[in-house]
Design a protein around this ligand. Sequence first.
Ligand code: NAI
Ligand code: SOE
Length: 395
Amino acid sequence: MKKINVGLIGGGFMGKAHSLAYAAVPMFFWPTEILPVKHSIAEATDALAADAAARFGFEKSTSDWRSIIDDPEIDLVDIATPNNLHAEIAIAALEAGKHVICEKPLARTVEEAAKMYEASRGTNAVHMVAFNYRRTPAVALAKRYIDEGAIGRILNVRATYLQDWSADPNSPLSWRFKKSIAGSGAVGDILTHVLDMARYLAGEITEVSALTANIITERPLQQAGADSLGNSKGDGPKGPVDVEDEVMSLVKFASGAIGSVEATRNAWGRNNFITLEIHGSEGSIVFNYENRDELQVCFKNDGDDRRGFRTVYTGPNHPNGANLWPIPALGVGYGETKIIEAHDLFTAIAGGEPVRPDFGDGYQVALVDHAILESAASGQWVKVPQLNRETGKVE
Ligand code: NAI
Ligand code: SOE
């Protein structure tokens, strides 16, 4: 068993989720080839870093993330900061020969994503972008059905991500509402998750026609710090929101399938409402993250008198389910997707193999994001350049 020293940068929501995964991987995946060691954590200040180290179980703490890059004992750099730091940290880590996991969106802009992808090419480092929802067993099962041809040729795809934590205009102006830090709004923050899953299940998106809107244009000021995600309200002085909170786009896939993708921050009652509906020539698949143990499937060949949606409850006999819980439908949560993600990363590191989604996938999603924002601004259909992984160029 090899020990991997982890340097985690950012101790907020994702710092918690990733630390939980590092502790849990050996409990779920045993025997394990790789044992993660929570070596160092960086936060914005010394006090926050010391607090995060005590809470999440890291041996050392620092307010200077560069010291993690410079530390020869660190094998894996985990980037869980707001988006403005992703590119600088990831490029420095890859240049220092570290393995890297970076939270989504890979970067603020397509230009930053291109530089990160470039830095990842030609290294022996494993790089991963943390689109964890695709690791939900029911989503992995959808992938298996599609790959096996169970629903035939994909004809159309509908993907949504609806939230309401930010629907209250008094939810503070955290970093997620600032273009300089986040890069974009609903597009980079939540649409990217369903773009990742749409690509994973139905292939590349080649053309988009989008609308965006910014409904809540100002919010109460918040000083730097972790995003409270709507769990605190302010009524003091306000500052401008300069990113979109709504996006809808028609999309065309390379396969000839058509579809729609949408995300909103203004959907009262929809907390973390991720849905995927895929119809093929031989059947249909529906996933709703609110019932994430379940996959709804309907097969054309079931016969006229019994055709309809049935529910498959995921469990140990399904992809990503074997090492979780011994009985189907016990309840797979957000944490489990992060545990599977960390395990898959370690397996890749142990085997010297790549893992997906990698920085190439993060870059391709950024190319789709960019096309969507460009289409919304111009009112035109926009083609999405495609990354050629052999040449490293977009075509
Ligand atoms: P957060 O606001 O909860 O935490 C970010 C932390 O980074 C804060 O504690 C902040 O003090 C710290 N930080 C800021 N500057 C720093 C610096 N120079 N050095 C070290 N730490 C610094 O944000 P959250 O929700 O954890 O988001 C972090 C990233 O994870 C974002 O890119 C976000 O898009 C992504 N994310 C992904 C999710 C997923 O489902 N995969 C879920 C939530 C966030
Ligand atoms: C806020 O919209 C947020 O935390 C996103 O940043 C995550 O990526 C998403 O998974 C949950 O919601």
